[in-house]
Design a protein. Structure first.
Length: 174
C-alpha cells in the first residue's frame, strides 16, 4: 500500500495544485514576475425564440436581462477566489462582458446568446478562471431571470478562448 501511495503522490506532484504528498495546495506565485495578463472566455445560453424576443423587447418581468447578466458577470469575476478553492485573489484591472444574440433558431428550434467575458490584470498569475467564472455567472443570471417562462434553457461551450501574458505566453482556441 505504501508503494501505491508514493506512486500516486509522484503523479500528483506533476500537477501544480498538489504538494509532494499529493495533497491540495495553493501554488506559490511569489517568485513569478508581474506581467500584463488577459483572458477571454465564452458561454452560450440556448433558449426558446419567444424568450429571446422578450429579452430583446425588454418584456422580462425581472428587468433588463442582459444588463443584469453583465453586472453579474463582473461580480462573478471578482468573486472567483471565493468560489474556486485554489484561485489566488488578484487585482483585476478590467472585466468586460459582451453578448452576441443569434435569433435564427438552430435545428432544435432554439436561439442562443453567446457571452464573451474578458478579464485583465497585471500580476504574477493569470485571469483565465476569472474570465470563465464571469461567463458562467452571466449565463446563470440569464437563466435565473428567464426561468419563469423557459425552464428548458441550457448552457454549452463554456471555455477559454484566449489568454495572454505570463510564462506560458499566448493561447488561442482554434
Amino acid at each position: 500500500m505504501g508503494l501505491q501511495r508514493a506512486d500516486s503522490a509522484k503523479k500528483m506532484a506533476e500537477f501544480t495544485h498538489f504538494n509532494e504528498s499529493g495533497r491540495a495546495r495553493m501554488v506559490d506565485v511569489s517568485a513569478k514576475d508581474s506581467t500584463e495578463r488577459a483572458a477571454t472566455a465564452q458561454a452560450t445560453v440556448f433558449l426558446q425564440p419567444e424568450t429571446l424576443e422578450k429579452i430583446q423587447r425588454g418584456k422580462i418581468a425581472k428587468g433588463d436581462v442582459l444588463s443584469v447578466a453583465q453586472v453579474a458577470g463582473v461580480m462573478g469575476a471578482k468573486k472567483t477566489p471565493d468560489l474556486i478553492p485554489m484561485c489566488h485573489p488578484i487585482l483585476l484591472t478590467s472585466v468586460d462582458i459582451s453578448f452576441k444574440e443569434e435569433s435564427q433558431p438552430d435545428r432544435d428550434g432554439r436561439c442562443s446568446i453567446t457571452i464573451l467575458a474578458t478579464a485583465k490584470t497585471t500580476g504574477p498569475t493569470g485571469v483565465e478562471m476569472e474570465a470563465m467564472t464571469a461567463a458562467s455567472v452571466a449565463a446563470l443570471t440569464i437563466y435565473d431571470m428567464c426561468k419563469a417562462i423557459d425552464r428548458g434553457m441550457s448552457f454549452s461551450d463554456i471555455c477559454l478562448l484566449s489568454k495572454s501574458g505570463g510564462k506560458s505566453g499566448t493561447f488561442t482556441r482554434r
